[in-house]
Design a protein around this ligand. Structure first.
Ligand code: NDP
Length: 337
């Protein structure tokens, strides 16, 4: 089998030399384990955070170990009676051609759905969006929601669910093509190009224009100058759901002058904001409910999704770098077999 390991910890933005492709022996499933041939694997922004040796909500990625990742695949051999050969399953197989896991760590997939959807729209990112709004959003029709990384799997789900709930939904995305996609494919009311509005002031002015009634919910995916621009536009009693801050994942510094802690703190006080950290893992008990509610509109096309599929395990690092910089159009996936 083939796998990609983390060869060294990235200094700043990751590079190819931080990874190593290896051939290893095929694992043999022990009693209760299942051997799976991976067909697709997921590339997610959180993987960058795990490459640093810092305390976080998950343990750091170990050096010289298979890079962690969710994947889908077909069962080759099962030593768990709940799984049979050719079953389609989801599991944390990592950046690897095969995975061997205890059956209790696998989830059988509905063969009626395209398997890749288990990594995006009907997987962890879609669930993150749903859980974040369901648990912390307190959405009311007529309110305004802003979300960046608007065409990615989290942002596009946030936007569509908020639209269904009757909110005005303004996206932020990188470049005119992605902004058009947010409006035309995902039904956002408007989308602001963060590359064209590349300072806090510019972003704030654009948000004032597109959110004439202010912002009630900011679903935070990116940090950086987008966050700086949103804060002054937040309404009293607004909610900020902190889901991610990709602009800072590789150690890039924020614009300290505009993002001074005292300014941030003052805005939170004066506007009586609720600022809530979100970790999808806290809500996994509701994953079944999410699937029951969201799979039907995905199947009917009422909820749209986009996938960007790179070919071959060996191309995973390049696809990962591109995703961190916004090169992906939709959920970034790698086809392995
Ligand atoms: P995406 O597929 O949307 O990919 C990340 C996107 O971030 C890029 O495509 C790019 O989009 C955007 N981006 C990158 N750098 C910047 C920047 N400096 N400023 C603005 N935008 C930037 O990712 P996901 O939908 O999978 O994840 C979105 C966020 O949600 C991430 O922060 C992720 O870490 C977080 N997350 C958190 C979870 C939790 O439990 N808390 C679970 C899952 C995800 P563009 O080209 O439009 O700028």
């Amino acid at each position: 089998m083939q796998r990609i390991v983390l060869a060294r910890r990235p200094q700043g933005f990751p590079v190819a030399q931080d990874f190593r492709l290896e051939e290893t022996g095929m694992p043999r499933p022990a009693a209760g384990e299942v051997l799976v041939q991976a067909t697709y694997m997921s590339l997610d922004p959180y993987m960058r955070g795990r490459m640093d040796y810092v305390k976080s909500y998950t343990a750091p990625q170990e050096l010289n170990h298979t890079m962690g990742a969710g994947g889908v695949g077909r069962v080759i051999t099962s030593r768990d009676p709940k799984f049979s050969k050719d079953d389609l399953v989801f599991g944390m197989f990592g950046w690897a051609s095969h995975g061997c896991l205890p059956g209790r760590q696998l989830r059988k997939l509905d063969p009626a759905l395209p398997p890749s959807t288990a990594l995006g729209v009907l997987g962890m990112p879609g669930f993150t969006a749903w859980a974040g709004l369901e648990v912390h959003g307190r959405m009311k029709p007529g309110e305004t929601l802003v979300v960046a990384a608007a065409t990615g799997p989290v942002g596009s789900m946030v936007g569509q669910l908020a639209k269904q709930a009757g909110l005005r939904v303004v996206g932020v995305a990188g470049g005119p093509e992605k902004c058009a996609m947010a409006v035309d494919t995902f039904g956002f009311d408007a989308c602001i190009d963060h590359r064209a509005h590349n300072s806090v002031l510019d972003m704030m002015e654009a948000l004032h224009r597109e959110c004439p009634d202010g912002v009630d919910i900011y679903f935070e995916n990116v940090g950086g100058h987008v966050l700086g621009g949103v804060l002054p536009v937040m309404n009293t009693h607004g909610r900020i759901i902190i889901c991610g801050m990709i602009a800072w994942y590789s150690g890039e510094s924020c614009e300290t002058g505009d993002m001074a802690l005292q300014k941030l703190w003052r805005i939170a006080l004066v506007k009586r904001l609720t600022v809530q950290g979100l970790l999808q893992t806290d809500h996994v008990g509701r994953f079944g409910e999410f699937l029951t509610k969201v799979a039907p509109p995905v199947t009917s096309g009422e909820i749209a999704y986009l996938e960007d599929i790179a070919e071959g395990l060996e191309n995973a690092p390049e696809a990962f770098f591109a995703m961190l910089k916004g090169g992906n159009k939709g959920k970034q996936i790698v086809r392995i077999a």
